[in-house]
Design a protein around this ligand. Structure first.
Ligand SMILES: N[C@@H](CCC(=O)N[C@@H](CS)C(=O)NCC(=O)O)C(=O)O
Length: 371
C-alpha cells in the first residue's frame, strides 16, 4: 500500500502518515469514531488495545489503553475538537497521566478522502512533539497500527458489513431497552463486526429512512443488497449464518425459530402492555385501573414460560436465537419484580445477560447515545 511517512518537508515537531485503505470513507471513518472498531487496530503490532472509550462529539473525550507483554498498560486519551462525518476528525492526544511522558500532548487531524472504487486515502497529521525522537517514535507506532487498521478495514468491507440503525438519543429510562440491542447482541454472538447508522432527531420521519423502515422505528438493517426491518426478522436472518444462534439440524433450527416467535407473539405482546403502562402512563387513572389485570396476565405467561424452561439452562438446552429474543423481551419488565417471582426465569435471564456477547452489545448500545 502506498505509504508516505517522510519527514523531509515537515517541521521537527510534526509528522504526516498517509495510507490508502481498500474500504469506503464511511467505513474508515468509523475505525476512529466507534470504540468497538478502534479497539481492533489501535496500537502497534504486538500491542492489544485493552480499553477504549469514545464520546464522539466536539468536546467529548476519548480514552484508550494499549498493552504488550513487555510494556504493561499504556493509557492515553484526549478530546475531540472538530468532527466532519466521514471526512475529518481533529482531536488532542496525550498521556492520561501527563507525568507518564510516553505520549506528549499533541494535536491530531485525520482526513478521509474518497479515492473511488471503495478506497480511501487517510491522512494523519500530528503536531506539537517536544523532540524529534518523540516524533520519530510515533511515526513507527502509527505506521504499524495503520497496517492493522488496513487489514481490519478490508475484512469489514469484504464481509458486506451489516449496518444497524439506532437512535443517537433516547431518554435515560429507555437506554438499554431500545431494540437495536437485540440485533447488536445477535451480531456479537455470531462474531460479526457491524456498523451503526445513528438516527438524528427527526430522521426517522424522512422518506429515505421510511423506505428502509416503513414505521420509522429502529432497528433497520442493511447487509450488502439486503434491507430488513423488525428485530425478529433481523435476528433470524443473522441466525441463519451462525451456529452460535441456530443449531445445524433442521429440527433444531425450527425449534429456535419457534421460540423467537413465541417471545414476540406470546410474551412480548403481554409484557409490552405493562412496560408501556409503567413507562408512559404511570400516573393516569385508566392505567392504575388496568394495571392489576395486566400484571396477572404477565404472571400467568411467566409461570408458563418457567414451566417450559424447566431445569434447562436455555429453552432448547443450548443457547439459540430464541433465548436471545426471549431474554430481550423479559428485560422489558426488569424494573418490576415479576421475573424475579419465577426463580428459574430470574436465573435464566441472568445467564443470558452474563453472556460476553450480550455485555459487548450493551456496552456499544449505551456508548452510542449522545446527550
Ligand atoms: N416490532 C418492531 C418494534 C420496533 C420498535 O418498537 N422500536 C422502537 C424502539 S425500541 C421505536 O423505534 N420507537 C419509536 C417509534 O415507534 O416511533 C421490532 O421489533 O423491530
Amino acid at each position: 500500500m502506498p505509504l508516505d511517512n517522510s519527514t523531509a518537508e515537515l517541521r521537527d515537531d510534526e509528522l504526516l502518515v498517509t495510507r490508502t485503505f481498500d474500504a469506503p470513507p464511511a467505513l474508515v471513518f468509523r475505525l476512529w469514531s466507534q470504540a468497538q472498531h478502534m479497539q481492533r487496530w489501535f496500537g502497534p503490532q504486538g500491542f492489544t488495545c485493552t480499553h477504549c472509550e469514545i464520546d464522539f462529539r466536539p468536546g467529548g473525550r476519548w480514552l484508550a489503553c494499549i498493552e504488550s507483554e513487555q510494556s504493561g498498560p499504556l493509557w492515553m486519551g484526549g478530546e475531540f475538537r472538530e468532527i466532519e462525518p466521514d471526512h475529518r476528525i481533529a482531536f488532542t492526544f496525550g498521556d492520561r497521566d501527563p507525568a507518564a511522558n510516553v505520549h506528549p500532548s499533541t494535536e491530531v487531524v485525520v482526513t478521509f478522502t474518497d479515492r473511488g472504487g471503495g478506497t480511501t486515502l487517510q491522512t494523519f497529521h500530528q503536531t506539537g512533539f517536544p523532540t524529534v525522537a518523540f516524533r520519530d517514535g510515533h511515526i513507527v507506532g502509527w505506521t504499524s497500527a495503520f497496517e492493522k487498521a488496513e487489514v481490519y478495514a478490508r475484512d469489514l468491507a469484504e464481509a458486506a458489513t451489516p449496518v444497524v440503525s439506532a437512535f443517537r438519543w433516547v431518554p435515560e429510562f429507555a437506554r438499554g431497552q431500545v431494540r437495536d440491542l437485540r440485533v447488536r447482541w445477535a451480531l456479537e454472538e455470531a462474531g460479526r463486526p457491524y456498523l451503526t447508522h445513528l438516527l438524528e432527531q427527526g430522521e426517522q420521519a424522512q422518506p429515505g429512512y421510511r423506505a428502509l423502515q416503513p414505521f420509522g422505528q429502529v432497528p433497520a438493517y442493511r447487509e450488502g443488497g439486503i434491507e430488513l426491518f423488525e428485530s425478529g426478522a433481523i435476528v433470524l436472518h443473522i441466525g441463519e449464518t451462525s451456529e452460535a444462534l441456530m443449531p445445524e439440524s433442521r429440527e433444531g433450527r425450527a425449534r429456535a425459530m419457534v421460540w423467537v416467535l413465541a417471545a414476540l407473539n406470546s410474551v412480548e405482546t403481554v409484557v409490552q402492555q405493562l412496560g408501556e403502562i409503567d413507562a408512559f402512563h404511570a400516573g393516569e387513572t385508566w392505567a392504575q385501573a388496568r394495571r392489576p389485570a395486566v400484571v396477572e396476565r404477565v404472571k400467568k405467561r411467566l409461570a408458563e414460560l418457567a414451566e417450559a424452561l424447566g431445569d434447562k439452562d436455555y429453552l432448547e438446552g443450548g443457547f439459540t436465537v430464541g433465548d436471545l429474543m426471549m431474554a430481550s423481551v423479559l428485560r422489558i419488565i426488569d424494573d418490576t419484580d415479576l421475573v424475579a417471582g419465577e426463580p428459574r426465569l430470574k436465573a435464566y435471564l441472568a445467564r443470558c445477560e452474563a453472556r460476553p456477547a450480550f455485555q459487548r452489545a450493551m456496552a456499544a448500545h449505551l456508548a452510542d447515545f449522545r446527550d
